[in-house]
Design a binder for this molecule. Structure first.
Ligand SMILES: Cc1ncc(COP(=O)(O)O)c(C=O)c1O
Length: 398
């Protein structure tokens, strides 16, 4: 046994064998290759706007560099309550909110608060790569239930979801609008899940980080159907969210959770023992994002909507491609007829079409044969990417 093997074999079981995210794998493959349009990752091309960055920079310069409230600055938690009230048309209480280091960490906090090793979490798939990996690393079991794809739409059958419940099930993890599918669950489906979870005393972990990116609303800016519309904030539901997507802040690593007030002291402890809070001066920028960011967010949504049209219209004309028009989030998940190895196809497209896409199997076996494309990008770049992909598919018709 080599020295490295000796060290690795003495780690916690599972930690060294957890595979690398297929998205990171694609990114590493594409690194350094000239003229590749990067659409594999879930972020736009714009840096954080000045109205958000400057208050953070000013707070840093002014010496806001000390420890602060574990659950976030009280003003920031107040701004979160007001932002939710504006978006969802009802009152929210700052006491339900906890600021944390990223959307990813809000999921970790949910797991730490609710689950024990060996517990099962029901997970509709294809789903964002990180859920299953983080559950496994924490010794919990993701129980995958596949959505149905009929070539034009993705649907989640609540009955199939409930059939997967066992005595070990503690939670159902629902991501809507969904990454990578762009599907949006209706109020009817959300209500069925809520009713069943109430009846069986299960938690809902609601990841609604793309809740504002919704393209089928009656009014501009209308959020996607949400558990927030139908639940009571004091029941067993834990919302995970982030500043990353709405306000071009992926590199800030700041997010928030919304949970029943009874969890306040527990989250206070969990934050203390995980990170001991979020960078103080960054929180000033987050307040600006919430208080002054509605117009910027509206622009982001309308740009994503334009990107969606550019990509979907071009790929709809390409041979052998099947997809559902995404109703929310900012991803197109499309199937390429005859493709049996998404990772190999994504490498080929990097080399031959010079477009970087995430392989569908990074989102679970149900995504094999699919590719995920992020359309929250500059329209000119997306038009070019759509042409490159369309042309490649035409040249390589299967
Ligand atoms: C569905 C979903 N939830 C949560 C996150 C995490 O966001 P953050 O960048 O704040 O960690 C992402 C990021 O891509 C995501 O797609």
């Amino acid at each position: 046994m080599s020295a490295d093997q000796k060290v690795l074999s003495s780690l916690r079981p599972g930690v060294a064998t957890e595979p690398m995210s297929g998205i990171v794998d694609t990114y590493i493959y594409a690194m350094g290759k000239p003229d590749v349009i990067p659409l594999w990752v879930g972020q736009g091309h714009l840096p954080t706007p000045a109205f958000i960055a400057e208050p953070a920079a000013r707070a840093l310069a002014a010496g806001e560099t000390f420890y602060t409230h574990q659950r976030g600055l009280p003003e920031l938690r107040q701004s979160l309550a007001q932002y939710h009230a504006r978006a969802y048309g009802k009152a929210f209480d700052a006491e339900n909110f906890t600021v944390c280091q990223s959307g990813m960490q809000s999921i970790q906090l949910a797991l730490q608060a609710i689950l024990s090793p060996g517990d099962e979490v029901i997970l509709p798939v294809p789903a964002w790569t990180n859920y299953a990996a983080t559950l496994r690393l924490a010794g919990m079991k993701p129980v995958e239930v596949a959505l149905d794809f009929d070539g034009k739409s993705w649907t989640l059958d609540p009955a199939r979801l409930f059939a997967a419940i066992t005595p070990r099930t503690r939670a159902i993890l629902i991501n809507t609008p969904g990454n990578p599918l762009g599907h949006v669950l209706s109020h009817q489906v959300l209500q069925a899940i809520l009713d069943e979870c109430r009846r069986r005393r299960l938690w809902i972990i609601a990841d609604e980080v793309y809740g504002r990116f919704y393209y089928s609303g009656n009014k501009p800016g209308q959020p996607a159907p949400s558990f927030l519309d139908i639940c009571d904030t004091e029941e067993r539901i834990f919302f995970c969210n982030t500043f990353s997507k709405n306000w071009a802040m992926t590199g800030w690593r700041v997010g928030w959770c919304m949970a029943p007030k009874a969890l306040g002291p527990i989250l206070e402890n969990l934050v203390q023992y995980n990170t001991s809070g979020v960078t103080t001066f960054l929180q000033r920028g987050c307040i600006a994002a919430l208080d002054e960011g509605d117009a910027f967010l509206a622009d982001q949504i309308s740009q994503a909507e334009q990107g969606r049209r550019i990509i979907c219209e071009r790929l709809a004309k390409a041979p052998g491609v099947r997809f559902a028009w995404p109703e929310g989030a900012f991803y197109l998940f499309f199937k390429v007829e005859g493709a049996t190895d998404s990772a190999a196809l994504s490498r080929t497209l990097i080399d031959q079409a010079r477009v970087g896409l995430a392989p569908g199997n990074a989102f679970g076996q149900a995504g094999q044969g699919f590719l995920r494309l992020c359309f929250a990008r500059d329209p000119a770049q997306l038009t070019e990417a759509a042409e490159r992909l369309g042309n490649w598919l035409e040249r390589n018709e299967r």
